[in-house]
Design a protein around this ligand. Structure first.
Ligand SMILES: *Cc1c(COP(=O)(O)O)cnc(C)c1O
Length: 440
């Protein structure tokens, strides 16, 4: 392809992507749709500048306005999470975790975290799986005991495990709460005193649930005894892709140094501006959004179960977060079902469920799918729309209907939900492609 042809093709593909999402039901639990205001922030000139260091103490010149925006961003993060300290420079959730590992542990230390089938994230993982904690920071990972019926960490067994690890000379230095498959709050307040008595630094990875915590609708880790809380800015928070760390004041200096120079140089200043805009929106609309989001997730789970699906966490009402986990093994494997739904313009992802690895399943062909109501909620959908979505999923997965036929109905359904809600800039088109140059 000639340079010009490649150039044109790139724009063509991006426009097709926008059109496709316009016509689709987006159910990926780790994604969201940012407002047009956030999108404006991330195409600003901030993205072309450097500002190493802390506002007012930069290594670079040219940061007069950037500093002010970053200070506003950190102040908003402190307000939204009721935190003593905030640092919005991490360029992603993984970088936020890296800053915590490298700031508060040494290579060879032990960390307690959730295994991946039990909801942990690969950035909490072991060296042999190229997990960030093991692979980059040399941490040795032990897993939290897990209660499958309750879909959460087992408190008594965790205390026993910490004592046993101490006896073996393997006392953990860090505990990592939170995860990627995250239906119910983790027992932070039940474990934090015990962990602190054993000199364990407690981090809570709120990558998925930050928007729920911000809206006051999930647990409140900083009040329950965590030292530091890391998060992504783009899952249930609706910012641009990036990371944020909030903490107690006593950890501020280590975090600041660990982010720069420790783990970043450029810190993507356009995304800092975007995070600031998103946090202002959260302060204004976050509670209302989080309440509706959790109601929607519950309704979607109940509707799927009514159609015959098996959702995890039945004993506890399926979910208290934005996401649900569905065991689809009766109908095939998660990987194949993900593709069939994608062909029907229903976009979600396959998911390893507790017990999958032991049962010989793998990441490509797990027994589950994970569904998040975050993006459809931002498009203004409520409980009645969740029933319709469950029906569309059922037609593909249980009835085996032709994906082309379902895709037509999905596109028709989606026509009513093109506007973005919970934003200062009114209800603008959520997936509108913004053209700045003429491509001929
Ligand atoms: C998504 C996720 C991350 C990684 O965040 P990025 O912003 O993609 O780097 C970290 N931890 C958990 C629990 C996650 O789900």
């Amino acid at each position: 392809m000639s340079a010009k042809k490649s150039y044109q093709k790139i724009f063509e593909l991006m426009k097709e992507h926008h059109n496709w999402f316009n016509d689709s039901i987006p159910l990926i639990a780790s994604e969201n749709i940012p407002s047009t205001a956030v999108r404006e922030a991330i195409i600003s000139d901030f993205g072309n500048r450097y500002a190493e260091g802390w506002p007012g103490e930069r290594v670079y010149a040219g940061c007069i306005y950037i500093d002010e925006v970053e200070i506003i961003c950190n102040d908003l993060a402190k307000k939204v999470f009721n935190a003593e300290f905030a640092d919005c420079r991490a360029t992603s959730g993984v970088v936020a975790n890296l800053a915590i590992y490298s700031g508060f542990t040494n290579p060879g230390d032990y960390m307690l975290a959730s295994s991946i089938p039990n909801g942990g994230h690969i950035s909490h993982g072991k060296k042999e799986h190229y997990g960030t904690a093991g692979h980059v920071c040399g941490l040795k990972i032990e897993h939290f005991p897990f209660l499958k019926d309750d879909m959460t960490i087992d408190v008594d067994a965790t205390k026993k495990k910490i004592l046993d690890m101490g006896v073996d000379g393997k006392s953990p230095k860090m505990a990592m709460f939170g995860g990627s498959l995250f239906l119910f709050p983790h027992p932070v307040k039940e474990l934090s005193d015990f962990m602190h008595e054993h000199n364990i630094h407690i981090n809570y990875d709120a990558a998925h649930v930050a928007g729920l915590i911000a809206g006051g609708q999930f647990q409140d880790p900083l009040r329950e005894g965590v030292d530091t809380m890391t998060m992504s800015s783009h899952k249930t928070l609706w910012g641009p892709q990036g990371g944020i760390i909030v903490s107690l004041q006593k950890h501020a200096e280590i975090i600041k140094k660990s982010i720069f120079p420790g783990n970043t140089s450029s810190h993507h200043l356009h995304h800092v501006a975007g995070k600031a805009v998103a946090l202002a929106e959260v302060l204004e609309f976050g509670e209302e959004y989080a309440k509706q989001l959790i109601k929607n997730a519950k309704k979607l789970a109940e509707s799927l179960v009514d159609y015959g699906f098996t959702a995890l966490g039945e004993k506890r009402g399926y979910t208290q977060s934005h996401q649900i986990a569905v065991d689809v093994s009766k109908y095939g494997d998660g990987g194949t079902i993900e593709k069939e739904l994608e062909a029907s313009n229903i976009i979600l992802n396959r998911q390893l469920l507790p017990g999958d690895i032991k049962a010989g399943r793998n990441y490509m062909h797990p027994s589950g799918v994970r569904i998040g109501a975050n993006e459809v909620t931002r498009l203004g959908m409520k409980e009645s729309e969740m029933i319709e979505i469950a029906n569309l999923i059922k037609r593909v997965v249980i009835d085996g209907e032709d994906t082309k036929k379902v895709k037509k109905d999905v596109t028709e359904f989606k026509k009513q939900y093109q506007k973005l809600h919970y934003a200062f800039d009114g209800q603008l088109d959520a997936y509108k492609y913004i053209s700045l140059v003429k491509i001929d």
